[in-house]
Design a protein. Structure first.
Length: 386
């Protein structure tokens, strides 16, 4: 493993910022997940919204559209309190934007990076820090102002794709990162931005590259899957830094969505293009029947905040499933969207011209706001789930 370099707040030749300085080492430094700060002006910690059930017959009411991106939107995430949404686009340059969900306006001047293309997003649990991942570095930003707070950079020029999957632990004490060519899952201290212990995959020298990283709610388990799916789903014991029993589920061909239920007992993954399968996080054994019948690929996956409903998306809309029986409860299409035409048995799915497909979605922490984006979208639509 190569050495880790902690860069300055404004890396030379890497990004163009509006200004600001690195908080690391100052009297006002704060831990990304605990919210501890020397400054008495620090904003209060976000309150976790109480769990809510999704209505038996859900509908979507349009709230508005977030407009401002000029390139394709690649990812977006709600803040822990649900009041903000961060989004990234990839063109020739990376662009990071921060939105106020209520008034649907940008909260801060966007970050434009001429040399670093953002590929991943993560909010710290206290909502004060926003992290972006790219091929060779993770950068940290003040989640209220997008002021730069420093970075983690790999010094090994041969280790690329090292920060294309990132996540904060639920207690905010750790920051993890990996990527396609990295071969390991690395742990970092989010305050010092230095390495924190041995990376996963080091003990037995197996390839632990990860395309997706998800912590269980209590932080004891880390789930990962590589981009090709050839290594399958991995379940890691975070404290022991060891791999748990290997699940038998075959995800060869890759997976785009992986989530863990609010109680931490179940992992859901789109193990092939049109199905979602479930694993027990403690044993790795498959649970119940898969969710099938999607039109085209599964483009999004989430649990409701009370854990009783699984939400999926495909080219035709949002689908709501009972998390215990895996039976479909309802399907909701985007209002005004023409239906998708499918030709059974021929493997052909045709979307009519002008259709607003759902290529990704996010469910807010209060379980009532849904953000969606279509194919090659430059806008994000916000909906009230009723």
């Amino acid at each position: 493993m190569g050495a880790v370099l902690v860069g300055a707040a404004v890396p030379t030749g890497v990004a163009v910022f509006r200004g600001g300085s690195d908080d690391r080492g100052s009297g006002h430094a704060k831990r990304a997940g605990t919210g501890a700060a020397a400054s008495s002006t620090a904003p209060p910690l976000p309150r976790t919204p109480p769990p809510v059930a999704i209505p038996a017959h859900p509908t979507l009411r349009a709230l508005g559209t977030l407009k401002g991106h000029h390139g394709q939107i690649d990812a977006f995430r709600f803040s822990p309190d649900g009041t903000a949404l961060a989004s990234i686009e990839t063109r020739e340059n990376g662009v990071l934007r921060l939105w106020d969900v209520a008034d649907r306006k940008e909260r801060a001047t966007p970050v434009r990076s001429p040399d670093v293309i953002f590929k991943a997003l993560a909010f710290s649990p206290d909502g004060r820090t926003l992290a972006t991942g790219s091929e060779d570095r993770a950068q940290f930003w003040d989640a209220a102002t997008l002021r730069p707070l420093g970075e983690i950079a790999r010094s090994d020029s041969y280790s690329v794709e090292a920060f294309t999957a990132i996540a904060f632990s639920p207690d905010g004490e750790s920051f993890v990162a990996s990527g396609f060519d990295d071969g390991r899952i690395h742990f970092y201290d989010p305050v010092t931005r230095g390495p924190a212990g041995e990376p996963l995959g080091s003990e037995d020298a197996e390839d632990a590259s990860a395309h997706i990283l998800v912590f269980s709610p209590d932080g004891s388990t880390l789930a990962s899957v590589d981009e090709s799916g050839s290594e399958g789903v991995r379940l890691w014991d975070v404290a022991a830094r060891k791999r748990r029993v290997k699940p038998s589920l075959d995800v060869f061909g890759g997976a785009q969505n992986l989530v863990i239920s609010p109680d931490g007992a179940t992992l859901a993954i789109d193990s092939d293009s049109r199905k979602v399968r479930f694993l027990a996080t403690a044993t790795g054994k498959e649970q119940g029947r898969p969710l099938g019948g999607h039109i085209g690929s599964v483009t999004g996956l989430a649990y409701s905040t009370d854990g009783r409903t699984v939400v999926t998306s495909d080219y035709s809309g949002l689908h709501f499933w009972d998390a215990t029986t895996h039976k479909k409860r309802a399907t909701v299409t985007i209002p005004g969207t023409p239906p998708t035409v499918e030709h059974p048995g021929r493997g052909i799915t045709v979307t009519r011209p002008g259709t607003r497909t759902i290529m990704q979605f996010a469910l807010s922490p209060d379980g009532r706001t849904v953000a969606t984006a279509g194919a090659q979208a430059k806008t994000i639509a916000l909906w009230r789930l009723e």
